[in-house]
Design a protein around this ligand. Structure first.
Ligand SMILES: Cc1cc2nc3c(=O)[nH]c(=O)nc-3n(C[C@H](O)[C@H](O)[C@H](O)COP(=O)(O)OP(=O)(O)OC[C@H]3O[C@@H](n4cnc5c(N)ncnc54)[C@H](O)[C@@H]3O)c2cc1C
Length: 303
């Protein structure tokens, strides 16, 4: 219930305007976001690289309302890739399709993701399309298939909670895409998605095993230590070495688990968001863990 309310709040433009003006949410956002500038994202990348993590840099933003915003976002992502190349950082990028115009002008989105993929190829970095709400799932999977058919190396996130995901995973794998497996962070109806934690976890576990058996460099994105342990067991059973897949975790979440995996010789990639459009991202992180909300409300009360 609380999760649904928060997820609806994450999409409310009025709340976004009010909340982003307050100092407390801004400071809380810095727990989960490297900062508002590209330089902040790059500085976090250097710090993480020094601790044996690789990074996927995410320029925050989603659901743009005009083509100029989409082009401006793509420009920042290409600049991030150029900087990754210049500095030789162990990093790629994540992009939200609706940030580059999906749902507004699909042809423009295809053109811009293509530009990002070309910039990534120039510096040997990887691009993953984030998976957003179910209204754009089919368009996102089709976009990856289309771009890959045209020779662009683009990967894709999938959400274990959606009933359709096993089919999407097979389609994306057939297209050669590297897949990031997540539980899913949006509010989806029972007709489309598992609602209870146990079913989502079971779906995630099945998909992780399938990806480790058949996928191209699977990217297992979770902070759930039980699913991490299950993934390690599957990898061992299936003979997947630590260089053939990776774990992904979000910036600022469960750092001891990151340390534990690095010490065990696993590949760990941290998803590092930067930019001033942090409101929906922050509210989705609050929805994932009620304790974060308590921390937030205490900080507000203490003002
Ligand atoms: C690298 C990465 C990329 C992602 N990309 C996408 C995407 O493209 N599309 C999408 O829909 N979702 C994405 N997600 C979010 C994902 O769908 C989940 O909402 C999120 O990861 C929480 O699920 P969990 O697997 O960590 O398990 P949970 O069961 O939610 O969490 C397990 C434990 O991890 C800790 N934890 C989890 N979340 C938080 C938090 N926010 N703050 C503090 N502790 C926390 C808690 O201790 C919790 O008990 C991504 C997640 C990661 C790690």
């Amino acid at each position: 219930m609380l999760r649904e309310v928060l997820l609806q709040a994450s999409e409310h433009p009025g709340l976004r305007r009010v909340v982003t003006g307050w100092g407390v949410p801004r400071r809380l956002a810095l727990r989960f976001v490297a900062g508002e500038r590209l330089e902040d994202g790059l500085a976090a990348t250097r710090r993480l690289a020094a601790r044996s993590r690789s990074v996927t840099l995410d320029y925050l933003g989603e659901s743009v309302t005009d083509a100029a915003q989409a082009r401006a976002a793509a420009k920042v992502v290409v600049e991030a890739l150029d900087r990754i190349g210049e500095e030789g950082l162990p990093a790629g990028v994540s992009v939200k399709p609706t940030q580059l115009g999906l749902g507004l002008d699909d042809a423009l989105c295809r053109e811009l993701v293509g530009e990002v993929a070309a910039a990534a190829a120039r510096v040997g970095a990887h691009v993953t399309l984030d998976m957003e709400g179910s209204d754009v799932t089919e368009a996102t999977v089709a976009l990856v298939e289309d771009l890959r058919a045209g020779g662009a190396d683009v990967g894709c996130a999938v959400q274990a909670y959606l009933y359709r995901t096993p089919d999407d995973v097979r389609r994306l794998t057939a297209a050669g895409a590297s897949i990031r497996l997540t539980k899913g962070a949006y509010a989806e109806p029972a007709i489309l998605a598992h609602q209870d934690r146990l079913s989502v976890d079971r779906a995630f576990d099945d998909l992780a095993r399938w990806l480790l058996a058949h996928g191209h460099h699977p990217r297992i994105a979770t902070h759930d230590h039980r699913l991490v342990a299950r993934t390690l067991t599957h990898a061992r059973d299936l003979g997947r070495g630590p260089d053939d897949f990776e774990f992904q975790l979000l910036y600022g979440v469960r750092e001891p688990l990151q340390d534990q995996l690095v010490r065990a010789g696993q590949r760990v990639r941290v998803y590092v968001p930067f930019g001033d459009q942090w409101y929906p991202y922050l509210v989705r992180r609050l929805a994932e863990r009620p304790a974060n909300l308590v921390f937030f409300l205490r900080a507000l009360a203490a003002r």
